[in-house]
Design a protein around this ligand. Structure first.
Ligand SMILES: C[S@@+](CC[C@H](N)C(=O)[O-])C[C@H]1O[C@@H](n2cnc3c(N)ncnc32)[C@H](O)[C@@H]1O
Length: 223
């Protein structure tokens, strides 16, 4: 799986498949990292969410970004080194389902547009819970299911017919975009994903739809 991301790192970076704008605003706002906390951003890619958390939080907040694709982390390290947050962000090359961190090491765990690609989503969720301290929160931004009337029909037509074609024109990699739309379709909808988070042992689970449910932000606490 990591090979697919390595081969396609450039195509994904040129695409819109990463957290930005309102999605990123709400992700960081929900996370609300306070003084002195440590946040783990899993599937960090080139570290955009980690950088955004650093930009909006006190200097005492530390962020660890983790990803299994070395190519993404190399680009991320370059960006972080040129940023004012270089001393606050560390990037780690590891799979999210088996992380090299002790239990209860983090106050918050974030993931944006990553969990949909996990081979074993439930194992990933259990691992997130393991590395969170009691009371810590898990925040996940991911593609979901449109909930507005007709948006689902239009979104399906757009996803399966237009996205792969546009992706091919922009990046020359149609297969990457075909994989994207299929992975979105396979991923559980908002309600089912909330249940998976609960089954992994999180409490007070809730979600908010964004862009009519095209994207959803889920949150749960380690109680
Ligand atoms: C679409 S990118 C999102 C990057 C970043 N979160 C953002 O929003 O800008 C997905 C990332 O997830 C990583 N990824 C997917 N599955 C993973 C896994 N099981 N363990 C670690 N990283 C994973 C990929 O390497 C890739 O960098």
């Amino acid at each position: 799986m990591s090979d697919i991301w390595s081969e396609r790192a450039e195509a994904y970076r040129q695409s819109a498949i990463h957290a930005e704008g309102d999605d990123l605003d709400l992700t960081v706002a929900w996370c609300e990292p306070g003084d002195g906390v440590t946040v783990l951003d899993v599937a960090t890619g080139t570290g955009d969410v980690a950088l955004e958390i650093a930009a909006r939080t006190p200097d005492s907040v530390r962020i660890v970004g983790e990803d299994f694709t070395q190519g993404m982390l190399v680009r991320g390290r370059e960006k972080i080194a040129q940023s004012p947050y270089r001393d606050r962000i560390t990037l780690v090359n590891a799979p999210c389902e088996a992380m090299p961190h002790p239990a209860a090491a983090f106050d918050g765990v974030t993931i944006a547009f990553g969990i949909r690609n996990f081979v074993d989503i439930e194992a990933g969720l259990r691992e997130f819970r393991r590395v969170l301290r009691p009371g810590g929160q898990f925040i996940c931004l991911e593609f979901s299911r449109p909930v507005l009337p007709l948006l689902d029909v239009a979104y399906d037509a757009y996803s399966f017919n237009i996205i792969p074609a546009i992706g091919e024109i922009i990046t020359g990699d149609r297969a990457a975009y075909q994989y994207l739309v299929e992975s979105i379709r396979r991923f559980p909808d908002q309600g089912r994903f909330a249940k998976l988070i609960e089954w992994a042992g999180f409490g007070l689970v809730r979600y908010e739809n964004m862009t009519g449910g095209v994207v959803a932000l889920h949150r749960g606490y380690k109680l």
